[in-house]
Design a binder for this molecule. Sequence first.
Ligand code: TA6
Length: 296
Amino acid sequence: MADTTSSFSDLPGVELTTEHGLPAVRVATAQASGLVYLQGAHVAAWQPAGQAPVIWMSPNAVYAPGKALRGGVPICWPWFGANAEHPKYPAHGFARTRDFSYRGARLDAAGRCELELALVNDAQTEALFPFAFELRLRVAFGATLQLELEVENRAGQPFSFEEALHSYFAVSDVKQVAVRGLQGARYADKLRNMAVFTEEADELRITGETDRVYESAATCQIVDPGAGRTLAVEKHASAATVVWNPWAERAVQMSDLGADAWPGMLCVESANVGSAKITLAPGEAHILRVAVSLSP
Ligand code: TA6
């Protein structure tokens, strides 16, 4: 994958900019365009040449320092959902609301424009997670999208974490898409008190509010006849897939989502959560990798 012989520097088509008042990196190449906010290393756009946007951002997203963005690819780290021991800690961890530093761009082995952003521990993170770490996101924009979330333990003792690349994909109408790849997987249903079921369907249809954590390392396909395309979400070192759509009633309660936008998105998230949390010894690193590709 990434060409490790070239280091991150400048590339034509990559621009540090400000979008909606927040610092961001914009990519515009012959292969694709993309946008990443430094806050949260939050990928907010990817559009391969000749395609409609693949990543969904809410039209009602709130762009403000320290506020999680609705849509895109939030990084949930070092916990997912509510913190089990500290219910008042921020949902989905702190990575999505902290400013990452931008390390630069390079061409990867596939000729994609790859950016790297990083977050290291400081007093604020240590108040919530008392360990030294470096968290790196590498995102490669091309005809395909690759995301790599790397966690390095820089502490003197082991630590454990959960993680998710909470990807919001743009779909023509969530009621018309099918998700393939989950048949036979066990899942915990957040809407039924985390009761565990086995997915029977070859093609999962979204017919109401859906919030499930599947035990699955498999590639998922989002088959979207209305858009005339299928998205494949292939992953490495991810033992869980979260499928989420809030549906009408819950979307209305979320002011940064709103009444009308929810049919246009589906979250298929590559994760390591719950019993699949990761433990790293001092000096160790873990990489969760996701590749998204399109076919007719
Ligand atoms: O990944 C699904 C989920 O954990 C849902 O339970 C839902 O609340 C969603 O994420 C959004 O969470 P957020 O904290 O961004 O409002």
